[in-house]
Design a protein around this ligand. Structure first.
Ligand code: SAM
Length: 235
C-alpha cells in the first residue's frame, strides 16, 4: 500500500486496520485482536503485582497507542491513562482515555517527568533503526524518577511471528528488534534494566485453560512477543 511521503504511514491503514491484520496463523492463535490486547494487560497487571506497584497511583502513557485498545483494557485500574500517536486516523476519541495527537514523530507532546509508566507496544519496529535511540530518550524524558519504560515487541526468534510479520501489509516496513536491542535502547537512555519476559507461547484456547503456564515459561526466548522493562533512577 503506498503512503504519501508527508503523511504518517498508519493513516493509510486505519480504515481497514483489522482486515489488514488478518492472517491464517493469527486466526488459529486467537479469535480476534481482543485476545492480544487482553494478554498484554494481563502481563502489565502481573508486573505491577510482582513489583508491588499500586495501580491506582499509576499515570500511564502508551505511545503509538493506535486505536487505544490496550489502554481501554487497563484505564479503569490506573490513576490516568493517556495515549498518543502521529497517525490522526488511528486515534479514536474516548471518554476514559486522554488521547493526544503527536505532531512530531520524534517528539512526545508532554512535559518532562509526567508519567509513571511509558509503554510502546509494537511501535519500535516501525521506527527507523537510526531514530530508535532518540525515541527511547523521549520516553525516558517524560518518565518520572522511579518510573518504568515498557517496550513490548514481536519476538524475532519466534518463526510464526516472523512469518506473520513478513506477510502482514501494515508491517511492510517492519525491522524487528530482539529483546537485547530493546534493553540496550533503554540503557542508552540512562534507564536500568528490570526484566525481560516472553509471552504468547500458547493460543487463546490453551492460555485460557492454563494461564499460569506462560508465567513459568517467561524466561524462554521463544514466545511470540516479549516485554522489556527498565526503570528511571529515583535520584
Ligand atoms: C502496529 S501499530 C501498534 C498500535 C498499538 N500500539 C497496538 O498495539 O495496537 C504501530 C503504531 O505505532 C505508531 N507509530 C509509528 N511511528 C511512531 C512514532 N515515531 N511515535 C509514536 N508512534 C508511532 C503508528 O502510527 C501505529 O499506530
Amino acid at each position: 500500500m503506498s503512503v504519501p511521503k508527508n503523511q504518517p504511514e498508519f493513516d493509510a491503514y486505519a480504515k481497514n486496520y483489522e482486515e489488514l491484520l488478518d492472517d491464517p496463523i493469527r486466526n488459529v492463535f486467537a479469535g480476534g485482536s481482543d485476545f492480544f490486547h487482553r494478554r498484554k494487560w494481563d502481563l502489565l497487571e502481573e508486573f505491577a503485582r510482582r513489583h508491588k506497584i499500586a495501580l491506582d497511583g499509576v499515570r500511564w502513557l502508551d505511545v503509538g497507542c493506535g486505536k487505544g485498545e490496550l489502554l481501554h483494557f487497563g484505564c479503569r485500574r490506573v490513576k490516568s491513562a493517556t495515549g498518543c500517536d502521529p497517525s490522526r486516523e488511528m486515534l479514536i476519541e474516548s471518554a476514559e482515555v486522554s488521547i493526544v495527537h503527536q505532531e512530531n514523530p520524534g517528539k512526545l507532546p508532554f512535559a518532562d517527568a509526567s508519567f509513571d509508566w511509558v509503554s510502546a507496544v509494537c511501535v519500535y519496529h516501525h521506527i527507523p533503526v537510526e531514530a530508535r535511540a532518540s525515541f527511547c530518550r523521549e520516553a525516558a524524558r517524560v518518565l518520572k524518577p522511579g518510573g518504568y519504560c515498557i517496550i513490548i515487541e514481536h519476538n524475532p526468534w519466534n518463526p510464526a511471528t516472523r512469518l506473520i510479520v513478513s506477510r502482514t501489509p501494515v508491517d511492510q516496513d517492519a525491522i524487528l528488534l530482539g529483546a537485547a536491542e530493546s534493553v540496550s535502547l533503554q540503557q542508552q537512555s540512562g534507564l536500568e534494566k528490570v526484566e525481560v519476559r516472553y509471552f504468547l507461547f500458547f493460543p487463546e484456547s490453551i492460555y485460557n485453560k492454563i494461564p499460569g503456564w506462560e508465567e513459568w515459561m517467561s524466561a524462554i526466548p521463544l514466545g511470540g512477543q516479549y516485554m522489556a522493562v527498565s526503570r528511571k533512577s529515583s535520584a
